[in-house]
Ligand binder design. Structure first.
Ligand code: GLU
Ligand code: MG
Length: 452
């Protein structure tokens, strides 16, 4: 919906809800390029002004809200449909906002970037459905970064006692998500000590992106109340699995909501429709550039490796390929079909920008009627260079720098982001890379200091 003139119904509903729940403060939130919530607090008595764009921000104070210090401020226009009352403090409500500059949509606002793509999908009669799997670590914050559970299993994945040891903060988190209407259906102790996954119902991509931004903030807040902290760092430990944020995607028919990716009669046996295969082919074509956005940090590329986990393989992708219900592909068609899963996305991504990139790539696949070929059904980690060359499969970027090169070389990236955000992304991220390569690590000193 258009937040500049919210439909009377939704704005009315919001007013009633805020009154009923006695909400006292409102957060006019939007995100920086990292997908982190930034806000000003507004007393509820000023709701009307806030909805009309009263909250102004100097973008130059943040990463990737590309503005000069002398520019006019950007204004947040909160979307009433996105309102969430904080489950742990019902005196406060959080609203996701679109940014405007001098009265017009700010082209570099992450939420606007996604909305441009969902509008493209809507023009073709599609609704972009997205589910994001939340993987993250929760560790003690007393300085030793230890998991809460005293158990030190070599393979803690799915361990029942470990998840029970963590139910204090976990049950609060799951209750909070359900109170917000997110419908959690499963959560577990993941592959690594201290790592968890919470899965909840999919929604339209804009709603899911708002939720994922909120989820990271909420996980941190709730964990801190237990003397813990939540980390969404993609690969905190070289010898434990990384934290993905797999995108589960489908297109629905805008009018009927019918899932257009489902086809039980799929001749390839994966339950995916021809439209789903075309979308997949578009995504696979642009995977290297997409990586720069869904795996956006220096550290992200330490996750996209074959080995480095407590159970053997990492389950994270290394090749730009797709397959059936087979976790060694970057794009997977989970059992039962009707959706595709992008596995290269990690927990540090800006979900709006990631979703915009992948949707644009998928729509290109549909427009061009692309075919991704046969799904890879084997263990891709074990394929040698000859087999990969025979199938025409490329390696995913191995560093942030390689990903940024792919982003810069792919016209789709600039078309999705717009010039201002594409330039800002490249400048900020190249600086991040240069700062990393200039750093002398423990690995180097321990290897070379006494070497010669
Ligand atoms: N943690 C793995 C990753 O980094 C994924 C494990 C899974 O398939 O749930 O993507
Ligand atoms: Mg997982």
């Amino acid at each position: 919906m258009n937040a500049i003139s919210p439909s009377i119904d939704i704005a009315d509903e919001l007013r009633t809800m805020l009154n009923d729940k006695k909400v006292r403060f409102l957060m006019a939130s939007y995100v920086d390029m990292h997908g982190v919530s930034k806000t000003k607090m507004v007393p509820t008595s000023h709701l009307e002004q806030m909805l009309a764009g009263s909250e102004m921000f100097t973008g130059a104070a943040l990463d990737g809200v590309p503005q000069q210090v002398n520019d006019n401020e950007v204004a947040a226009y909160p979307d009433p449909a996105s309102a969430m009352v904080l489950p742990w403090d019902p005196s406060i409500a959080w609203l996701a906002s679109d940014l405007r500059l001098d009265g017009a949509p700010f082209d570099a606002c992450s939420r606007n970037i996604l909305k441009r793509q969902t509008a493209e999908a809507a023009a073709l009669g599609y609704r972009f459905n997205l589910g994001m799997e939340a993987e993250f670590y929760v560790l003690k914050s007393d300085g030793d970064d230890e998991p809460l559970s005293p158990r030190r299993l070599s393979k803690p994945c799915y361990d029942a006692s470990s998840v029970l040891d963590n139910m204090g903060w976990l049950s609060e988190m799951v209750d909070a998500m359900n109170e917000l209407g997110w419908d959690v259906y499963s959560f577990d102790q993941e592959d690594a000590l201290g790592q968890f996954e919470i899965d909840f119902a999919y929604s339209d991509a804009l709603t899911m992106s708002d939720r994922f931004v909120f989820l990271r903030m909420m996980a941190n807040y709730l964990a801190r109340r237990h003397g813990l902290f939540a980390s969404f760092m993609p690969k905190p430990y070289a010898n434990r699995t990384g934290s993905g944020a797999h995108f589960n995607m489908s297109l629905g028919d805008l009018a009927s909501s019918r899932n257009l990716f489902a086809d039980p009669a799929d001749p390839r046996g994966c339950g995916l429709s021809a439209l789903g295969y075309q979308f997949t082919a578009g995504v696979v074509r642009h995977l290297p550039a997409i990586c720069a956005v869904v795996a956006p940090t220096v550290n992200s590329y330490k996750r996209l490796v074959k080995r480095g986990s407590m159970s053997g393989f990492t389950w994270a992708p290394i090749f730009a390929c797709y397959g059936n219900n087979n976790r060694t592909n970057a794009v997977r068609i989970p059992l039962g079909g009707g959706r595709i899963e992008l596995r290269s996305a990690d927990a540090a991504c800006n979900p709006y920008l990631g979703a915009a990139m992948v949707l644009a790539a998928g729509l290109e696949g549909i427009r061009e009627g692309l075919d991704p070929g046969e799904p890879n059904r084997d263990n891709m980690y074990e394929l040698g260079p000859d087999a990969l060359a025979e199938r025409g499969i490329r390696q995913l970027p191995r560093t942030l720098e390689e990903a940024l090169d792919a982003f810069e070389a792919d016209p789709l990236a600039r078309a999705v982001m717009g010039d201002r955000m594409a330039d800002s992304w490249l400048t900020n991220k190249r600086n991040e890379w240069l700062s990393y390569v200039a750093h002398v690590s423990d690995w180097e000193t321990s290897r070379y200091l006494h070497f010669f």
